[in-house]
Structure formats: C-alpha cells, structure tokens
Design a protein around this ligand. Structure first.
Ligand code: ADP
Ligand code: MG
Length: 207
C-alpha cells in the first residue's frame, strides 16, 4: 500500500453516529505517525462538542487537531513536511472540500476523511456522496442499534428540532438499524413522490 500514498490517495470512513469513525481516524493517524509520517488533523470549527481543538471519540480517545472555518483554510494551513491529512466531521464542510481533497491527493498527500454518510433524516449528507465516489478506499462502518443490538446504519434524532446541523450527543441522537429508524412526519411526506415514481416497479419490489 505504501506506494499508493506516494501518489496520493483519498480514504473515506463513513457511518452513523457512534459507529467509530473518529476512533478509526485516530487509529490511522497513529499508525502513520509510527511510520514517521507527518500528519495534520483538521476539523470544522463548528464542531466544539468536546473540545475546541481536540478531536475526541465517544470512547474518549483524543488527538490534537486544527479547527478550520472552511475547506480552503486547510490548504492555507498545510505545512511543507506534511504527508498525511486527516479530516474529521468532513460532512460539515461546504462543497469546496471536494476540490481541496482532490487537489491534495493530486499533490501526493494521503487524505483520510471521516464523516456521516447520512443526516438525521437518513438523506446523503452534503459533500459525502461525491467524496465517497472519488475515494480510492471507502470504509462504511456500523454502530449498534440502541433498540435491538443489530448493526446500526442510521442516526435517530431524539428531539423535534429540524435544523440539519444540530450538534449533540446521546442526549440528541441514537444509533438505529434500518428497522428501528423512524422518519419524522415531514420526511414521510417528502418520500411520497419517490414512492409514486417507483409504483410501476412495485410488483418487483414486494419481496
Ligand atoms: P463516531 O465518530 O462514528 O461518532 P466514535 O469513534 O466517536 O464514533 O465512538 C465510537 C465509540 O462509541 C464506540 O467504540 C463505543 O465505545 C461508543 N458507543 C456509544 N454508543 C454506541 C452505539 N450505540 N454503538 C456503538 N458504539 C457506541
Ligand atoms: Mg466522530
């Protein structure tokens, strides 16, 4: 694999809340550091849940990071000696993150991104679909459903707030499997046209 990093690469770690994305990011960063590669870790400045500067996992693993206001700040803060760029909570960045990540890989950096593939409505989150498509390597990991213990792919919001960016932890969100994830009413309405569209296929979808 090492030669791949020399040419640059994009790795994306995705999944719902509590699935271990940050733990996996930290694991990869630590291994790169063992290999004596210089790593810079970024996170969006909006994410101040545990700490302004540190990236902290739900299991309290910690690593120092540089909070940035926007994607372009990553390019501005990049040091010459850096080989690996790790970005946590990458779903919070705007679409510019796609250009930044692509440029970094083209310049030979190994880029490791971790982020939510789906928002709380179970819809693809911001730049994630494109990042996943452009990635050289994708890891989609599961949390544990808080209702039944099955692998969880979705983040259930426990409050009625409707904004997409609602920072919070187990007070606001729970990991859920497909069966125990509940769409809110507004979301059910939004899904109706899609169901109309696939009606002609219904006969094929019943089983
Ligand atoms: P993420 O970055 O994906 O939100 P973290 O890496 O911060 O996840 O935390 C993962 C850790 O969260 C697990 O190792 C476990 O200790 C803890 N955890 C808490 N609730 C759950 C859950 N429902 N499913 C799995 N892990 C959970
Ligand atoms: Mg995380």
């Amino acid at each position: 694999m090492t030669h791949q990093y020399f040419h640059g690469s994009i790795e994306v770690v995705c999944g719902p809340m509590f699935s271990g994305k940050t733990e996996e990011l930290i694991r990869r960063v630590k291994r790169a550091q063992i290999a004596k590669q210089r790593v810079q870790i970024f996170k969006p400045a909006v994410d101040v849940r545990y700490d302004v500067e540190d990236v902290v996992s739900h299991s309290s693993q910690v690593i120092k990071s540089e909070p940035v206001e926007n994607a372009v700040d990553i390019l501005i803060r990049l040091k010459d000696s850096t080989r690996v760029v790790a970005i946590d909570e990458v779903q919070f960045f705007d679409e510019n993150i796609i250009t930044v990540v692509t440029k970094l890989a083209a310049r030979g950096y190994r880029v490791i991104c971790a982020g939510l593939d789906l928002d709380y409505r179970a819809q693809p989150f911001g730049p994630m679909p494109t990042l996943l498509a452009l990635a050289d390597e994708v890891m989609k990991i599961h949390a544990i459903c808080t209702v039944c213990g099955a692998p969880a792919t979705r983040s259930q919001r426990l409050t009625a707030q409707k904004e997409r960016f609602l920072l919070g932890e187990s007070d606001f969100y729970e990991a859920r499997c497909r069966g125990h994830y509940q769409h809110d009413e507004v979301e059910e309405q939004a899904l109706l046209p899609l169901e109309e569209e696939i009606k002609p296929l219904a006969g094929h979808l019943t089983n």
